[in-house]
Ligand binder design. Structure first.
Ligand SMILES: [Cu+2]
Length: 324
């Protein structure tokens, strides 16, 4: 069992919330079964091949004289080299023919459609038919098939939530689809799975599955424009945001800030994490992010603002944390 268990442990990276071996939906269960079947099959074949090698080694010096039966070696080649691979691949093919459609998005519209756009190195999320835009945290209702349409703003990325479904590439100029249909509320971790530059390893996201009524409340809040700053500190922060350069890269709906380089910040205060799950969303870590993003996430396409007076950075934090 150890020989099977060890690679399984390595493959799942020890984070059971991002493991294909911990499936939460029908398609993910199919993938998990296929994965185990392939692993067990590969271990058996490896064992047989190593066994034959050992036999050959042990018998290497045995001189059996001229053989009267020449069919032995041919049987090994025909059986082991031809028949066995054809049988194994046919079984695998049958398996895959079943799993492929089970994990593909069915044609036709679903009730809820979401666009996810990959950026170096974060995820932009848009809800069809609403002005809601968010980043790195994809909320969906439980028990509802959701049509996720993925593409990219720059290089190829790959959208993957191992516990929910297979991975799907995000390709420039093309829209690929995947269906997420999670029966149970919970938080499922996803990760970019196509190397896309220095920030690749820090390009993660959550799929937050909520009971449908909670989801509707969340979406209604996300649709709304940003809250007015409350208090003098936050008002100062809003002013700083609009004047020091943040507005060139970030959108805050309902204000003059309409940049599209970085994540939409209209409701950034309500997110759990920042910078694609790199840090938790606390005033302290947000302050550090504004001061020196490169230290937190090397390569991030946001400049540091250490040159701003600390009071102004604190004001920015108080404004952004108020955007709930
Ligand atoms: Cu990526």
């Amino acid at each position: 069992m150890a020989i099977i268990g060890l690679p399984a442990l390595l493959a799942t990276g020890c984070n059971s919330n991002q493991a294909i071996t911990n499936p939460a939906t029908g398609p993910a269960r199919d993938i998990n079964t296929l994965w185990w079947a392939m692993l067990v099959g590969a271990v058996i074949i490896f064992g047989v091949v190593v066994g034959l090698l050992v036999v050959a080694f042990v018998r290497r010096n045995r001189d059996e004289g001229p053989s009267h039966d020449d069919r032995g070696p041919y049987m090994v080649i025909i059986g082991g080299g031809l028949a066995a691979p054809i049988v194994c691949l046919a079984i695998l093919f049958g398996f895959v023919i079943h799993v492929m459609p089970a994990t593909s998005a069915p044609p036709g519209p679903t009730k809820l459609t979401i666009d996810v756009i990959g950026h170096q190195w974060f995820w932009e999320v848009r809800y069809h038919g609403t002005p809601a835009v968010t980043a790195n945290e994809i909320h969906i209702p439980a028990g509802t098939p959701v049509d996720v349409r993925v593409t990219t703003a720059d290089v190829i990325h790959s959208f993957w939530v191992p516990r929910l479904n297979r991975k799907i590439d995000m390709i420039p100029g093309r829209v690929n689809r995947i269906e997420l249909d999670a029966p149970d509320p919970g938080v499922y971790r996803g990760q970019c799975s196509e190397f896309c530059g220095v920030g690749h390893a820090q390009m993660a996201f959550f799929v937050i599955v909520q009971p449908p009524d909670q989801f509707r409340t969340w979406l209604r809040n996300e649709e709304a424009p940003a809250a007015q700053p409350s208090g003098s500190q936050a008002t100062l922060g809003e002013h700083a945001f609009m004047t020091v350069g943040c507005q060139n890269c970030h959108e805050i709906r309902g204000t003059a800030a309409a940049g599209r380089v970085g994540p939409d910040l209209t409701h950034v205060g309500s997110r759990r994490t920042l910078a694609a799950l790199t840090i938790s969303n606390t005033p302290r870590s947000l302050y550090q992010w504004i001061t020196d993003p490169q230290r937190i996430k090397p390569g991030a396409r946001m400049p540091g603002f250490a040159s701003l007076p600390a009071s102004e950075r604190h004001a920015l934090v108080s404004y952004l944390e108020g955007l709930r």
